[in-house]
Write a protein that binds this ligand. Structure first.
Ligand code: BG6
Length: 505
């Protein structure tokens, strides 16, 4: 469905997110004819820039970051024609009045009232003032076709997220607020729903009877790059776990939806968050591990530690690695641990959910069949090498009954010719269509903050004594291994469904 006529305003139009992600995504949508005929992008920022200089900057971003590679002249010319740079101070009420006039002129030209999408690619501190200015300029209203898109981090704890929701919902309706979690736009994350609910074979075993534990790993090879200023105030738990990892957990753990409808899907996900067993404030170290990288290697080359990175405090206690053990207290998942881990400067960029099934209840094979069979394991690869792999036991060719683990797999790139859209393409189009299925609702954001608050509180009250506690290029601190070892488990190496599954006990 092509969206209705739309004016898309990007506050923070000169920033990094716009440059690397939003404009490349819009460009691809544009070339695929997914955008309406009547469509305009207003890039709003405070820098003194001519429209031409702004366009030149965007073009350089496209050359680097568009999944189509360098732009071609004709396509670029057509796209540049729908982009307008607006120089404005976002704290100045006059800027919003000026925007309102520009929209009116645009609507007159188009002979319609276009939808207005306000995308806040700005610092989180500007969300509240921008929303209030939009209201004062008469640009909001329940009856108007407006939407506000808010990037993460949505607040920095439960109290600030609740307050931000209160402010936004005093100005917009929930249906007009789109809280982005870009992981939900990833093809493979959406595929979890297809995998679970469009196939009949998995759902009957998708529960505590057959599943021993679930592991979700989102590993990054990069360090904090140029985002030290933001990251040092945030840390891995706020930056990744509260949003991306918990959302992946929801997709794995949710009950089947009755319909593929925004509220129904979000209700089912919110149920998972509400069922998370609260981490007891006095037992946080038994459930959560933090780490910070020191100097080490990435891609074979020496790299500095976190405390030596640009814009990071030299004695910073911010965690660049976090691991959690969570339980979902409901009939389906009672007693099944969900282990989550994420970190920067780990050995590889890989995001994967691993479902570890239980061992067969009885082994009928003779001893020569081998003692070391792993139990079945399912790997849902979010990135890279997007796909799904299942490790099963098979008889080795030969005269004897010898068993070996083998991998069955489905890889997106082998199976489909078309390339997957970037997460931001999906999400931007959804905001214009008004489809909130892949966005966070107020109650979900608050429930996710509620889940991590005991850990945030404990960590802020008990500074770590051992940072840095892992060298760049390693899988986090040893305490992360101990977290699982206490339960008799160990982390599965992402990227190989069979290779390192635990041997049968
Ligand atoms: C962002 C975080 O939300 O996700 C970054 O702020 C992180 O710190 C990024 O690098 C990871 O996203 P992706 O899509 O590259 O896995």
């Amino acid at each position: 469905m092509t969206p209705p006529p739309t004016s898309l305003v990007i506050f923070g139009g000169g920033g990094d997110l716009t440059w690397r992600k939003l404009v490349p995504a819009l460009y691809n949508l544009f070339l695929e004819n997914s955008l309406p005929e009547q469509f305009r992008i207003f890039g709003v920022d405070r820098q003194e820039l001519s429209n031409d200089a702004y366009l030149q900057h965007l073009r350089e971003g496209l050359d680097q970051f568009s999944r189509r590679g360098r732009v071609n002249e004709d396509d670029w010319k057509r796209f540049a024609g729908v982009v307008t740079y607006v120089r404005a101070d976002l704290m100045d009420a006059a800027a919003y009045r000026q925007l309102a006039r520009q929209f009116d002129q645009q609507d007159q030209q188009w002979h319609t009232q276009a939808a207005r999408v306000f995308y806040l690619a700005t610092s989180p501190t500007l969300v509240q003032p921008i929303a209030q200015h939009l209201q004062q300029a008469g640009l909001t209203g329940e009856d108007k076709p407006v939407r506000i898109v808010v990037e993460k981090p949505f607040g920095r704890d439960l109290a600030s997220a609740t307050q931000l929701n209160r402010v936004l919902l005093g100005i917009f309706t929930e249906k007009q607020v789109f809280r982005i979690d870009h992981y939900l736009g990833k093809e493979t994350v959406q595929n979890v729903l297809a995998f679970r609910f469009a196939n009949s074979v998995f759902e009957p075993v998708w529960n505590r009877r057959y599943i021993r534990d679930v592991q979700i790993t989102v590993a990054e090879e990069v360090g904090v790059e140029h985002r030290g200023g933001y990251y040092d105030q945030s840390g891995a738990l706020r930056d990744m776990v509260q949003n991306h990892l918990l959302q992946v957990l929801c997709m794995i753990a949710m009950e089947p939806p009755v319909a593929f409808d925004a509220d129904e899907i979000r209700n089912k996900k919110a149920d998972v968050l509400r069922a998370l067993r609260p981490i007891p404030p006095d037992q946080v170290p038994q459930f959560a591990v933090r780490g910070q990288y020191g100097p080490g290697k990435a891609d074979g080359k020496p790299v500095p530690g976190y405390r030596q990175e640009e814009s990071v405090a030299p004695h910073s206690n911010t965690e660049t690695f976090a691991a959690l053990k969570l339980y979902v207290d409901n009939w389906r998942w009672e007693g099944v641990p969900f282990y989550l881990r994420t970190g920067k400067r780990l050995p590889a960029r890989v995001s994967e959910a691993n479902i570890q099934f239980r061992h067969v209840p009885h082994r009928s094979f003779p001893p020569e069949a081998g003692h070391e069979w792993p139990a079945n394991r399912l790997a849902i690869r979010i990135q890279p090498d997007e796909g799904i792999a299942l490790c099963i036991e098979a008889k080795r060719p030969g005269l004897q009954m010898h068993l070996s683990p083998v991998e069955m797999h489905f890889l997106y790139k082998e199976m489909f010719n078309e390339s997957s859209p970037e997460a931001y393409e999906t999400l931007l189009l959804d905001t214009m269509r008004g489809d909130a299925t892949l966005f966070m609702r107020a109650d979900q954001v608050e429930a996710a903050w509620t889940a991590v608050m005991p850990v945030l509180d404990f960590w802020s009250q008990h500074p770590p004594g051992d940072f840095p506690n892992y060298a760049a290029g390693h899988w986090g601190p040893t305490a992360a291994d101990e977290l699982l070892a206490r339960d008799g488990h160990r982390w599965m190496t992402p990227g190989a469904a069979c290779k390192t599954s635990e041997a049968a006990k």
